[in-house]
Design a protein around this ligand. Sequence first.
Ligand code: BGP
Length: 471
Amino acid sequence: EKPRFPKNFMWGASSAAWQVEGAVNEDGRTPAIIDLNSQTKKPYADNSVAADHYHHYLEDVSLMAECGLSSYRFSIAWSRIIPDESRRVNPKGIEFYNHLINALIANHITPIVTLYHYDMPCWVDEKKGGWSDRRVIDEFEYYCQVCFENFGDRVKYWLTLNEQNMQIVYGDWLGVSKGCSDWFKEKWKINHIMNLCHAKAVIACHRMVPGGKIGPVPGYVPIYPETCNPADQIAAMNAEELTQKVWNDFYVFREYNGFIRRYWKEYGIDPDIRPQDMELIQQAEIDFIALNCYRSNVAKAADKDSEIKELQLNKSGKKGEFVYPVYPGIYALAPNPYVQTNDWDWEIDPVAMRYMLRYINDHYHLPMMITENGYGAHEEIAEDGGVHDQQRIHFLRDQIFQVGLAIEDGCEVIAYNPWSFTDLLSTGNGMAKRYGLVFVNTTDAEVRDLKRIKKDSFDWYSKFIKSNGKA
Ligand code: BGP
């Protein structure tokens, strides 16, 4: 017996501006910090073209309609809207997103819009000090207001900062720690500034968007204890706190939890929290939690006198490169012998999806939407001209099944938006790690014809959606 999904459940797909749009120097967009990372440039990727969605958006939206999507989660590029410190609004930037939003709505696809997905404008960084300077808060608030004013008549679902927790946990990976000399301490200062940005966006949305709903987008990785040794359970709880619970508690309860306050004290790394900050944060009541979930982790106890080892992501797509970190006295991560992994050592664990939804529901009692979930793979066009991504079909089917079980468990889930609709740049492997339901014919080294080819997963998802999960 297949689980049932609510009638108005949104079946969608997901993307982010810098990973899909390309056209980085067109129509007044100015550079973003992420453009400068080596991982976004040749030979790793070519973000100046990416999937060229900027020029193919109409074709992409008609493919979404053909697939039967009822939602599309994408992000707005801040530097397309506000290209420099004069704060002038770029009409061409507004126009692009207006056209995209209108095309979606004309096709009965609900837009779900991320305000910030890793593309801090260079001007904010250079002229305002970037994430480590409180001046970013006003700039971000202003940018959000411009978005709400221009798109809030049609966009009702808004997301604040994509994976704020992961931006802090993987500071150097996503460019946030650029220029910091003591990341162990400074990450909490930056995190507090990000929290204030999140709060400003939530408050402005409620003030400016009639019927608007807004929430954060944590990246969630369930953490299982390696054994039933109580010490491993505590280590798993520490890992849960330091990679996600600190953020989720903050968004929902609007204060820093006891764990993090004690942690800051112990290491002498308290961030600068001013009394009016907490007053502001108190007003930022979120409407839902959006969740990105791809995999799970295992934690075990780490001796106080063991050696510290930093986590290293697998950047090659050859199995076995992921380095499990050790944080003495706090936790260490370990492989999971019970689940398979993909070529980047990411655990393939559908039950993680049910675990996440149950966990978030039990702790926070809020509606949830899934804004990312997907299978990254090396892919190419087969001899018959198709792209046969059976593994992605299995992945999505198993994950969605667990979403259904979580709904039966009593979780309120309103949308499922897998990553990604078309192929787009991965954060570290460009087009070498593809996630799309639609293949985009290009590679990192060479821009090809950018033709869109429906993968087998597109047809499967389409049939599945059209039966609202009963197929
Ligand atoms: C999420 C990010 C996305 C995306 C995805 C896949 O954390 O929000 O931007 O890229 O992960 O990760 P990757 O591209 O590294 O495979």
